[in-house]
Design a protein around this ligand. Structure first.
Ligand code: PAF
Length: 278
């Protein structure tokens, strides 16, 4: 695996390999098996896999964990190399944002201002801006994003569609620990006790999905009950909600289209998100 820290060096290398189909996996590092599965998926769908590691300040609110976000460079390089990644692009902030990034991509509020966007205002503008910039630098044929960040995937798909970017977006399935906890870089913030308790999130989403499939299910009641149940267990949920997979709209129970249950909740200082399609 070759490693580049500058746009110029990366572009020069890619220009010499113009004929190869490029697969991009953008990350913020602290890689786990979920990321490596995305690398594998990129490998199966391209000739040249490019991973990026960049902790993007633009997508963090001032009180969030930008400074403490786990940075595990040596382990990440080893894991990517073992997974067969061809190129790692890891710019520093001065390289990617040499001047204040005042040109930004603002995704449609209808999709980006709810759920994550309601509780993390500006988050998807930060994500879209850096992802658009990485797309311009790498010019991938295929880019892979995990379904764990379900709304992010939907927002990026919308951006690619509306800007007619010549690439395909692939969705990677969420990887889970044996007890159901979705793999996430933020799991490492959990204490031993919190790690045990953390399974409640995926269990609650499962129970909500099961309840929603019962005849005459009252979706609002299911959501209210789930929020209270999580609070009773000591969590601070931001949202636990059942939406249409397409557009993440409130559902009309009379119309059975594909649904997804999404949740975000804080356990101690750690904010976890998860979702389940059904
Ligand atoms: O999902 C992530 O890790 C980040 O939001 C991404 C897509 C790498 C953009 O910084």
């Amino acid at each position: 695996m070759v490693i580049f820290h500058t746009i110029q060096e990366l572009r020069a290398y890619l220009t010499e390999r113009k004929h190869l189909k490029r697969g991009l996996v953008p990350t913020m590092g602290n890689l786990h098996a979920g990321h490596l599965a995305l690398i594998k998926q990129a490998k199966a769908n391209s000739d040249l896999v490019i991973a990026t590691i960049f902790v993007n300040r633009l997508q963090f609110l001032p009180h969030e964990d930008f400074d403490s976000y786990p940075r595990t460079w040596d382990d990440d390089v080893q894991a990517l190399s073992d997974a067969g990644c061809d190129i790692l692009f890891a710019p520093n902030e001065a390289e990617l944002y040499p001047e204040p990034q005042t040109y930004k991509v603002h995704p449609t509020p209808a999709l980006a201002d709810k759920l994550e966007g309601e509780f993390r205002p500006g988050f998807f503008t930060g994500v879209c801006t850096v992802v658009m910039k990485l797309f311009q630098i790498v010019q991938p044929d295929v880019a892979v994003f995990g379904k764990k960040d379900y709304q992010q995937l939907a927002v990026i798909r919308g951006m690619v569609r509306q800007f007619a970017l010549p690439m395909q977006i692939l969705a990677g399935e969420t990887l889970r620990a044996d007890d159901g906890l979705a793999l996430s870089s933020r799991n490492r913030y959990l204490s031993v006790d919190e790690r045990q308790a953390a399974t409640s999130l995926s269990k609650t989403l499962r129970a909500m999905a099961d309840a929603a499939q019962a005849p005459n299910a009252d979706i609002q009641k299911i959501e209210t009950h789930a929020l209270q149940a999580m609070r009773d267990k000591g969590w601070q949920p931001d949202y636990l909600t059942i939406r249409t997979q397409h557009g993440l709209e409130a559902i009309d129970p009379a119309r059975r289209e594909p649904w997804v249950v999404l949740g975000a909740a804080r356990l101690g200082k750690t904010r976890l998100i998860d979702n389940l399609e059904f």
